[in-house]
Design a protein around this ligand. Sequence first.
Ligand code: NAD
Length: 392
Amino acid sequence: MTVKPKIRGFICTTAHPEGCRKIVKEQIDYVKGAGKVNGPKKVLVIGASMGYGLASRISAAFGCGASTIGVIFDKQGSESKTASAGWYNTAAFEEFAHADGLYAKTINGDAFSADIKNQVIDLIKKDWGKADMVVYSLAAPRRTCADGTVYSSVLKTTGGDYTNRTIDVKNRKLSEVTITPATEDEVTATIKVMGGEDWKEWISAMKAADVLEDGAVTVAYSYIGPEVTHPIYMDGSIGQAKKHLAATAKEISAEISGVSAYVSVNKALVTQSSSAIPVVPLYISILFKVMKEMNLHEGCIEQMYRLFAEKLFGGGVKVDGEGLIRLDDLEMREDVQKNVMALWDKINEENLGECADLDGYERDFNRLFGFDAEGVDYEADVKTDGGIDSLK
Ligand code: NAD
């Protein structure tokens, strides 16, 4: 069948297999061109099918020559229905990794569950003995705990109501949005989903099963951003979860011997998760405009390659005074933020196109689902029910 985008709000319910494959290949080619990294050799990536997790897996495999196990939570397609984009990304990743003689296996299921943790541990025992790196890159709307309780994360403030401008990129319309404060229960639930508890459960379970090398590294991802996003991000419910994540890194390093845990603060980028946050898409499209003009723009793959090559494995781990890895160093540069804020103050319905990179935002959004890839014939029939090598 031919596959067209079907966008509903913040998600696209279709994905293009050939487009996803092409975009994965572009990321692999970027890493191959950027050069080898003397890094880890057996890397587990939790949340490996999209965004920063996928780019981490590609950087580990094609930059460090690492064997990888990816944990994903994706749906296979049928002859009449497309798979999720993460499914096609993972199928393509394995295809290219195997063609280069790299070990790559995938476990598909809920990373929060004990069952998936046990499956991964058994696989590591059987195939590797031990892992030397664990990337924790989940971005999830909800988590089901062992007792059956389901926690849902919310994207709300924690102070009073907060009103600011946001953008509907598809219709190119600015509007005001008022975000109400999260209740205490909502903040607690958001921390359960997006904080560090599950990360620590993974590392503790792996340590107890003796599947972590002495000197293993684990990293999870966070965001800080400028003041204009603080009410909805850093000071919002998600920010409370990210503070918990940073505290968990310290706990893991202190309590689990032989493991060093880090939080890397990454750049704001268009991913399935970030497009759901009010206000942030407007900030991102202005940021892209500024960073592209200043020749400083990076996507997920440039960020993750830099994490491996410079911040983690480029001769000593580079952290700030609070122990955080700052991959948002370019985004937060004073000159970048000054230019962003000048446009933020000036932007209106009439000058939208001049002040914000809406085309770039929309293109990146489409590309999350395999659309807008160069050289792909979107009028051609494609096979939508392909499998992932290691899951066949
Ligand atoms: P994403 O939506 O692109 O990817 C999230 C991944 O998690 C997907 O592969 C998804 O399938 C997987 N996942 C979700 N629930 C799962 C489950 N229950 N079991 C297994 N896999 C599951 O998100 P992203 O933007 O790459 O986010 C990854 C991390 O990076 C998050 O911690 C996020 O807060 C952080 N981060 C994102 C940005 C940004 O601008 N996008 C910036 C800084 C930090």
